[in-house]
Write a protein that binds this ligand. Structure first.
Ligand SMILES: [Zn+2]
Ligand SMILES: [Zn+2]
Length: 386
């Protein structure tokens, strides 16, 4: 650290060539002399130098007019929930050139650049006005101020949510399907949504959450999937959602939320959606039709066989195994029976019934061609390690 009078000759030298505002002058000596702000330091130095005021060679007095940009930030974040923020600025290249020029000419090393300086001043002032905190690493809101076009862009950190759902009616799919006409871009045919099916589980949950939190898109992570004709019962299927660019960051959820034939339960905000896929076990009830009469004896045989792992072969030569932890069946008529299994997640149900590269398959085991036209999820349990 130096004393004030030690930097006066250099400051004098600079100011005679290039007149600087208090901020820019203070910025250049803030590494030498301790001060609470650029402006106060610059002012102190100038009192010693005594030169008539002019326009700042570097910032063209931009530092003195930052309050309008703070207002712009206040305006654009008016509706947002947030407690932390960070600011980025885009300034005219000509200002940066002048700054570089003066810094190199007077060998001012290790001092804050004009960009750093403006970011610092504007963040300080916004924090003071709003009582929000600056957070460089993980802010709720990121402001990007464009000084050239006097424009403030705002981005907010995503909000992550977990919950479960019950599907109480058949006939709508789990995931949204892109519009076939525009492939998701949005067109007249899909009413510019990019999707055809507004009835899907995904559409219903995302419409609900976006109406609560604002934001642009809801991105889903599913714990398994079901058919259009399936029901999802019991405690429901778990799901995770990331809401991008939300306006609200908090919401109170009632335990059960009914959206027509969909029920969302136990919704809560979480820190982060799990990065790795979570292992789970599904209890699935299958209604199976057979071409010929089914003997009770062969169903008993099936139950014994299902105690061994089921091997699944894919077309690409991959082979995987899934364990059935429990199974029971009920004969409904000569050619119809119901099979309920507890099985590891990601099990290909229809292929298992058909016996399509799944061993043992039901058709082969009971010796007659079988099909599954409907299967329901009675329970979906995430396996936790503890
Ligand atoms: Zn200046
Ligand atoms: Zn379309």
């Amino acid at each position: 650290m130096s004393k004030l009078n030690e930097v006066i000759p250099k400051a004098n030298h600079i100011l005679k060539k290039f007149y600087l505002c208090d901020y820019c002058l203070g910025r250049f000596f803030s590494k030498n002399i301790k001060s609470s702000s650029y402006r106060i330091l610059g002012k102190k130095i100038k009192q010693e130098v005594k030169l008539p005021a002019q326009k700042c060679y570097i910032c063209k007095n931009l530092f003195e007019n930052l309050s309008q940009y703070v207002d712009l930030m206040l305006e654009s974040s008016y509706h947002h929930d947030f407690s932390t923020f960070v600011v980025g600025v885009k300034i005219k290249p000509s200002l940066i050139d002048c700054d570089d020029f003066v810094r190199s000419k007077f060998k001012l090393q290790g001092v804050d650049s004009i960009k750093t300086g403006i970011t610092r001043e504007i963040s300080k002032s916004f924090a003071k006005k709003t009582k929000k905190e600056i957070d460089f690493l993980n802010p709720d809101i990121t402001f990007t101020l464009n000084f050239k076009e006097k424009f403030c862009q705002i981005r907010s950190k995503q909000v992550s949510i977990q919950g479960r759902y019950n599907k109480l009616k058949r006939g709508f799919s789990q995931k949204k399907k892109s519009c076939e006409n525009c492939l998701g871009k949005g067109c007249r045919k899909c009413n510019f949504h990019g999707f055809y099916e507004h009835e899907s589980v995904e559409a219903k949950i995302s419409n609900f959450l976006l109406s609560r939190f604002g934001g642009t898109v809801a991105k889903f992570t599913w714990i398994g999937g079901e058919d259009k004709s399936s029901l999802v019962l019991g405690l429901g299927r778990p799901f995770f959602v990331r809401i991008q660019n939300p306006i609200k960051r908090k919401s109170k959820f009632s335990k059960n939320i009914k959206l027509d034939s969909l029920k969302i339960k136990n919704c809560k905000i979480i820190n982060e959606v799990p990065k790795k896929p979570l292992p789970f076990i599904s209890t699935i009830k299958m209604n199976i039709n057979s071409e010929n009469k089914v003997e009770s004896e062969s169903l008993k045989q099936l139950k014994i066989l299902l105690k061994k792992p089921v091997v699944i072969y894919e077309n690409n030569g991959k082979r995987s195994e899934k364990k059935i932890l429990n199974s029971h069946f009920k004969k409904n008529s000569k050619k119809r029976f119901t099979l309920v299994i507890d099985v590891e997640g990601g099990f290909p149900i229809k292929r298992f019934v058909k016996g399509d590269n799944v061993v043992p398959g039901i058709s082969q085991t009971i010796g007659t061609k079988c099909t599954c036209d409907e299967f329901d999820f009675l329970e979906v349990k995430i396996i936790t390690n503890n």
